[in-house]
Design a protein around this ligand. Structure first.
Ligand code: PAF
Length: 285
């Protein structure tokens, strides 16, 4: 496995792979890898000749400087983890290798077609501009045949699909299911920042979401939203930032169960912001 830090070196590796007709599966990450990433990498390894993983904590997608500063970083550990599961190239540049100085100050603009007006987009202004900015740059460099993203970041995934369509990119986006601990807690790099007590509390998020599915036909989406928020906020140490039940394609709020819908949540567990989501069954009126 190679660890590459320079764009130039990555480009020449990719050129050789492309010239010999190898297919490339790509998993973009910000490091602090866990079994959720493992499932993406294993799939990329199984479905392509070569698996490339990027490990880059992207400054332009953080709107909270403390969050950026505290984001866990450990390339040595990530590299050991990736080597064991068949990754062939890690691309882990420093920010100046990726961004011109003025790109870090000015806002990259993308037409999200409304996908960014809800949920994460509402609470983390500019976040998805940063995501599209970095993922489009990484796609240009890695030129993957397939790229793998987790459904835990449901809104990000919808935006990546739009980005590929709008920019006419020649890459297939593969949606991968959320990986959970046995307790139900969705795996996340941020879980590393939870202490033992907070970890127990965080488990309640997936429990409440899962229970909410039992009420979906009787309660309307608005009533169910209220129920979820009340349930989670009643648990000490948890505070809901948002819970929205939205159409899986447009990400706009739904008012009945007749369209495919997903409930997306962001919750503060102490100082750690966690996200999760759950799909609801479609019920014809
Ligand atoms: O999901 C993430 O870890 C990041 O948003 C991504 C896609 C690697 C872009 O920095």
């Amino acid at each position: 496995m190679k660890i590459i830090k320079q764009k130039k070196e990555l480009r020449s590796e990719i050129e050789v792979l492309k010239a010999s007709g190898k297919t490339i599966g790509f998993v973009p990450t910000m490091g602090a890898l866990h079994n959720g990433h493992k499932s993406l990498v294993e799939r990329a390894v199984a479905e392509n000749d070569i698996c490339v993983v990027s490990v880059f904590v992207n400054p332009t997608q953080f709107n909270n400087p403390t969050d950026l500063e505290k984001y866990p970083r450990n390339l040595k550990r990530d590299a050991e983890f990736l080597e064991k599961i068949g990754c062939r190239i890690i691309f882990s540049p420093e920010p100046p290798e990726i961004y011109l100085p003025d790109e870090l100050d000015s806002r990259f603009e993308f037409d999200f077609g409304g996908l960014d007006t809800v949920m994460e987009g509402k609470f983390r202004p500019g976040h998805f501009n940063g995501v599209v900015q970095i993922v489009s740059k990484l796609f240009q460099l890695v030129q993957p045949d397939k790229a793998y993203f987790g459904e835990k970041d449901f809104q990000q995934l919808a935006i990546i699909h739009r980005m590929v369509a709008v920019m006419n990119l020649q890459v297939e986006i593969v949606d991968c299911p959320i990986v959970r601990e046995a307790s139900g807690l969705a795996l996340s790099s941020r879980n590393e920042r939870l202490n033992e007590d907070e970890r127990k509390k965080a488990v309640e998020i997936s429990k409440v979401l899962s229970e909410s599915r039992n009420f979906a036909p009787q309660l309307s989406p608005i009533e169910l939203t209220q129920w979820v928020v009340e349930q989670i906020n009643s648990r000490p140490g948890l505070e809901v930032e948002y819970y929205e039940i939205v159409n899986t394609s447009t990400l706009q709020p739904v008012y009945s169960w007749s369209a495919a819908s997903v409930g997306c949540i962001a919750v503060y567990c102490g100082e750690v912001r966690l996200i999760d989501n759950i799909r609801y069954k479609t019920i014809e009126n």
